[in-house]
Each structure stands twice: as structure tokens, then as C-alpha cells.
Design a protein around this ligand. Structure first.
Ligand code: HEM
Length: 393
């Protein structure tokens, strides 16, 4: 427990952290990687280069500081981040390393303003925040390991099949190398894939949504091939070009909180842009096979016909369902965007909507869903990369 004095210091210095948070965490990462280069095996270098991770960490520490009296309020955020940490293999022993470098960076950036008393208060507060993460993550690791066919950290998988879905998206069907089955997962969840790319000093980890309903013996992920010169694309290009059927990949157990509530029978809309279609495929296939009578709408925006994945699969699910519709728009063609009018026509604001796609697409869709009267509690979404909230966009 933090003392009342410590809580007061934390709350009164939280605004300083908001102002300098990104400078502090930027300094923090560069220090930490200098001293612990092995952590570069876990962190996404492209996110680092773009500053997105710095912002995500700063925002969370700030939010935790503001709610230090009642951390329960930020539990949903802690749980979502903990899913990501568990998927990446973050361990309790990593927390003191992060804490120590965060405090040194605070001192460096804030200078004399960061008195010993303030630094001590933040050290205590970090301990409380870290304990919350460690305890949530410990129970997640335990649940994952106890699940039938579950495991912790990374396990070898074989690429059983590689199937081209469009000019840019290819599916990888992955089976455990030890011949076991895979655990059941909730539609919308993702896995992490860890690769050692020849010529690269550190391993690289990326998350990919599972793109089909849960099957006993395999996972499917569907990966967009990024442009050759995109620093974000190094893993996707490697997987597309260098990894073939029969090759092995290291995979972590399914995780993530952007998931379908499959127990509902109320109307549901799946709205995706580009490769944001992947979690939708898992959710949609689940509805099509478990509750085919559920009123369902699938709206998708692709750049053009050649980049449009899963068209035939979606049509065949729709044909098996009792009350489903499917519409696609192509942005290379005139008026090829999902508009408010389109949402008004197809989406029942009393139902639920799941949204996934590039950030501007998501921002637009969420705004328009609100405009057609959908309550925030019914709009479910996931951003690619570190989570952001809408206010900052
Ligand atoms: C991701 C916060 C500790 C490694 C994240 C994200 C946040 C965050 C907000 C983004 C979540 C998302 O993308 O959905 C925190 C906080 C911590 C903490 C507040 C301390 C209390 C740690 C530790 C490690 C770690 C100890 C391991 C050394 C990572 C990695 C990512 C991540 C690798 C993925 C982002 C990337 O690859 O760039 N964390 N974290 N975090 N965290 Fe943490």
C-alpha cells in the first residue's frame, strides 16, 4: 500500500509526467537497450522507430498515476496490455529492469524538479503498478498452461500450408511441430510469431490475428505483404518470401481481448478495412457455424479487387446463414468507401459492431457508428500496433 503522502506526491506530479512523458520514455528506452540489449529480442524495433511504443508506455504510466488511489479503474487497460505482454513472453524479472531505467530517465529529464522525495514516491508507485501487471500476467500464464494443449512462451510450429488469398495477403496454416493439437481460442484473438531473420542480430516478434474459427489441430494467420522499403515490413516480407511449407516458426499461445461474444443472438456487424479483415474472418466463421440464424452484416473496404481477400469464403458463409448480408467497396473506384449512409442502411445500432483496419479507417467508422446512434459499449475495435485511444486521434 502507498502512504497518503506518496499518493499526494504522485497525483501532484502526474501532470509533469503528462508533459514530459514521451521525453522520459524515449530516454528510458535508449538507456535500457544500451544496458540490456537482449531485450531487443522482445521489443518491436519498428514501433520504437516510430515512437509509438514510447507513447503507449508513457500514457499508461500517466493513467496509472492519475488513478493511483483506485487502480481498479484502469484494470481493463492493464488486462489488455497484459495479454500483449503474455503473448510476447514478458516475465516478472523484466519489471525491475524497466522500473530502474524509467526512474533514472525521469531524473535525467526532469532535473532538479525531480527531488529525492518525488523519485522515491514514483519508485513506490511503479512497484504497485508493476505488481498489478505481474499478478494479472501470472494468472494468465497459469490459465494458458493449464488449458488443454496450452503452453507458455514460444513453441515450435510447422507451416503446413501457405495459401495466397489476394495479391497482398497470404494465409499460413500452422500445426504444432510435436504433433499435438492446439488450444481452443476466442474468435478475434491473436498469436505472436517469433522469427530469426538471417542477417538480423535480434529475434523479431509480431502479432497476427487468427483468421479462422477455432480448429482442433491448426491455427491460420493471414499476413499482408508490406512494401519492400517499409521498415515495418521486415517480418511480413520475410514470411512471404523466405518461409515455405514445411518450415518452422515459433508461436505463442492465443491472447487478446478484442473478441466476439459468441453467446449473443442480437444483430452483429463486422466492419473491416484491408488486412483488418483477419480477426473478422475468425468471428464471422464462428457466427456462421455456431449461430447461423444471428442477424449478421459483413462490410469490407479493400483497395481494389486484386487486393480483396476471402471474397469466396465470405460468400459461402453468407449462403449458409439465415439472415446475413455482405457488401464490399473498393477505394480505387469512385465513392469506394464505407459511408455513414451505408452503415445506416446495413447496421442495426442496437446490435454490436466489431471494427478493424488502418487507423484513419477505424477513426472514421467509429465516428460514423456513433453518428448512427450506436452506443460506445457496443462498438468493439482493435488498432494495429500499440493500442491508442480515440481521443488522441
Ligand atoms: C507493450 C505498458 C512493462 C515489454 C506495452 C504497451 C503498453 C505497455 C501500454 C502497449 C500495449 C499494446 O500494444 O496493446 C507497460 C507498463 C509496464 C510495462 C505500464 C510497467 C508497469 C513491460 C516490461 C516489459 C515490457 C517489464 C519487458 C521487458 C513490452 C513489449 C511490448 C509492450 C515488448 C510490445 C510493444 C513492442 O513490441 O514495441 N507495454 N509495460 N513491458 N510491453 Fe510493456
Amino acid at each position: 500500500m502507498l502512504s497518503p503522502e506518496t499518493r499526494m506526491i504522485i497525483k501532484s506530479t502526474a501532470p509533469v509526467l503528462e508533459d514530459h512523458g514521451v521525453a522520459i520514455t524515449t530516454r528510458f528506452y535508449s538507456r535500457m537497450f544500451d544496458e540490456h540489449p537482449e531485450l531487443l529480442n522482445i521489443f518491436n524495433h519498428a514501433n520504437q522507430a516510430q515512437g509509438r511504443q514510447q507513447t503507449a508506455l508513457a500514457k499508461t504510466v500517466y493513467a496509472a498515476a492519475v488513478h493511483i488511489d483506485n487502480l481498479e479503474e484502469i484494470m481493463p487497460a492493464v488486462i489488455q496490455i497484459a495479454h500483449k505482454h503474455v503473448s510476447l513472453g514478458v516475465k516478472p524479472e523484466h519489471y525491475p529492469i524497466v522500473g530502474a531505467h524509467l526512474l533514472i530517465a525521469m531524473k535525467e529529464v526532469l532535473g532538479d524538479a525531480a527531488t529525492d522525495e518525488i523519485i522515491q514516491a514514483w519508485s513506490d508507485a511503479y512497484g504497485v503498478i508493476a505488481d498489478a501487471f505481474i499478478s494479472v500476467e501470472r494468472s494468465m500464464y497459469q490459465t494458458t498452461a493449464e488449458q488443454e494443449n496450452g503452453w507458455n512462451y514460444f513453441k515450435d510450429f510447422v507451416v503446413a500450408r501457405k495459401v495466397k488469398e489476394s495479391d497482398v495477403i497470404t494465409s499460413f496454416y500452422l500445426k504444432p511441430a510435436d504433433g499435438s493439437n492446439v488450444p481452443t481460442y476466442i474468435p478475434g484473438q491473436y498469436i505472436s510469431v517469433r522469427v530469426s531473420i538471417p542477417g538480423e542480430k535480434y529475434t523479431m516478434i509480431r502479432q497476427y490475428s487468427l483468421s479462422q474459427a477455432s480448429k482442433p489441430d491448426e491455427f491460420r494467420i493471414s499476413i499482408k505483404r508490406e512494401a519492400d522499403n517499409d521498415p515495418n515490413g521486415i517480418v511480413s516480407i520475410y514470411l512471404h518470401k523466405q518461409v515455405d511449407e514445411g518450415d518452422r516458426l515459433e508461436v505463442s499461445a492465443p491472447a487478446g481481448v478484442f473478441v466476439l461474444d459468441a453467446s449473443k443472438s442480437t444483430p452483429v456487424a463486422f466492419i473491416s478495412g484491408g488486412v483488418g479483415i483477419t480477426p473478422m474472418m475468425s468471428m464471422f466463421e464462428t457466427v456462421a457455424t455456431s449461430t447461423p440464424e444471428r442477424p449478421t452484416v459483413f462490410l469490407h473496404g479493400a483497395r481494389n479487387r486484386n487486393q480483396h481477400a476471402f471474397d469466396e469464403d465470405i460468400k459461402s458463409f453468407v449462403n449458409r446463414m439465415e439472415n446475413a448480408s455482405y457488401s464490399t467497396v473498393y477505394s480505387d473506384e469512385e465513392n469506394g468507401f464505407i459511408t455513414r449512409a451505408m452503415l445506416e442502411e446495413h447496421v442495426d445500432p442496437a446490435g454490436d459492431a466489431y471494427v478493424c483496419g488502418p487507423v484513419p479507417f477505424m477513426v472514421n467508422m467509429i465516428r460514423e457508428l456513433r453518428n448512427i446512434g450506436m452506443d460506445d459499449s457496443r462498438i468493439h475495435y482493435e488498432f494495429f500496433g500499440p493500442a491508442m485511444d480515440l481521443e488522441e486521434l
